[in-house]
Design a protein around this ligand. Structure first.
Ligand code: ZN
Length: 366
């Protein structure tokens, strides 16, 4: 038997004043719904992950992930997913709103653990505000200690939830309400304050990000009879950069900048120059373990600013080509990368066109 994670991304975002549906708004370099998708995958708790959506989204090349069509309301979407799972031998379902991108693996594990002894487990947080409620003639106090603000994922024994949905005729806002209408027992557990729901544009501002900055610098000597690589792309020039690798000063400085912001030492530690394994390596291949570190530690790139210091080649002529290459290699939008050219008044070995240097600042958020 096994569990399934249902990610509801079909909502119409009525309270969200934007042209786009909030689930697809870019947050930390990816659509909002992909954050909980990643958490669900990383948790390794699920046999299947179902994305329920009314929008055409990219195919995920992953055997666990399936995409199905949503309904007009939340409960129609959840029901579509349950119907789809009917004969798939699912033990438990975790139903999650895509508008909660800060889901943690810790919360998923806590919920999973409680499902051993309960058919329904729902996370909640306490109200920090005093609570009142309206009746026809007056406003009344409500003891806030008795208020549970429910979150998702809400987790259920598949069969029981399926049967409740099958016979239900009411409009429900979440599965917990369905259980309560039917007088079924729910185990409420303390959720996670950070697992907030994005309802309005302003909510994005509440999701405080931790920002980190890293600096990178590199210089290589120019030599004849070598190809010139800058930012992962070959630049037509009479000389190339001498080095253990292809000498790509831009990529080396970026790698150091990214490692710096992640506080993961430096490029020399990752790729020792006395190791023959890395001899003549193309620098773009050196990015792979660095991007894996970024992804594994949930960092995303805010922006990268680059100074390329040389008399020639002229930076304005190669700027677009380099930015395009970096954007592809780093999987980030071109407008997050800036490349400036700097000459040095013919001073020193850079001024004599015997070397090229590069300095970089990377900003990351976590
Ligand atoms: Zn280098």
């Amino acid at each position: 038997m096994s569990d399934c994670f249902i990610l509801l991304s079909a909502g119409k975002s009525k309270r969200f004043k934007s042209k786009f549906n909030k689930q697809f708004i870019t947050f930390k370099n990816k659509p909002l719904f992909e954050h909980s998708l990643k958490t669900a995958l990383d948790s390794k708790l699920f046999k299947k992950i179902i994305i329920v959506t009314n929008k055409k989204i990219k195919k995920f090349n992953h055997k666990k992930i399936e995409i199905i069509k949503g309904g007009t309301e939340r409960y129609n979407s959840a029901k579509n997913a349950l119907d789809y799972l009917k004969n798939k031998k699912i033990k438990n379902v975790f139903i999650h709103d895509a508008a909660r991108p800060n889901l943690s693996i810790k919360l998923l594990k806590k919920l999973k653990n409680e499902l051993k002894n309960n058919n329904a487990v729902v996370p909640y947080i306490k109200s920090e505000n005093s609570v009142k409620y309206k009746t026809k003639f007056k406003i009344n106090n409500l003891n806030r200690d008795k208020v549970l603000l429910t979150q998702t994922p809400q987790c259920f024994d598949f069969k029981e939830l399926f049967n409740l949905y099958r016979t239900n005729r009411e409009k429900i806002t979440d599965e917990a309400s369905l259980y309560l209408i039917n007088n079924k027992k729910i185990k409420f557990i303390l959720g996670d304050k950070k697992n907030i729901k994005i309802t309005t544009i302003d909510d994005f501002n509440y999701l405080k990000l931790e920002n980190y900055y890293g600096i990178g610098f590199d210089v290589h000597r120019l030599i004849k009879n070598k190809k010139l690589f800058l930012g992962g792309v070959e630049i037509p020039y009479h000389s190339g950069l001498k080095g253990h690798s292809d000498g790509d000063v831009i990529l080396h400085a970026i790698i150091d900048g990214l490692l710096g912001a992640m506080r993961k030492s430096d490029i020399g530690t990752l790729f020792p120059s006395n190791s023959n394994k890395f001899k003549n390596i193309r620098s773009k291949n050196m990015l792979t373990p660095v991007l894996k570190l970024l992804n594994d530690n949930n960092f995303s790139i805010n922006n990268i600013d680059i100074n390329l210091i040389c008399e020639n080649p002229k930076v304005y002529k190669i700027r677009n080509k380099i930015i395009k290459s970096l954007s592809t290699l780093l999987s980030i939008n071109k407008n997050l990368i800036n490349l400036k050219g700097k000459t040095v008044e013919k001073l020193g070995i850079i001024g004599k066109e015997q070397a090229i240097a590069c300095e970089v600042i990377c900003s990351l958020s976590k």
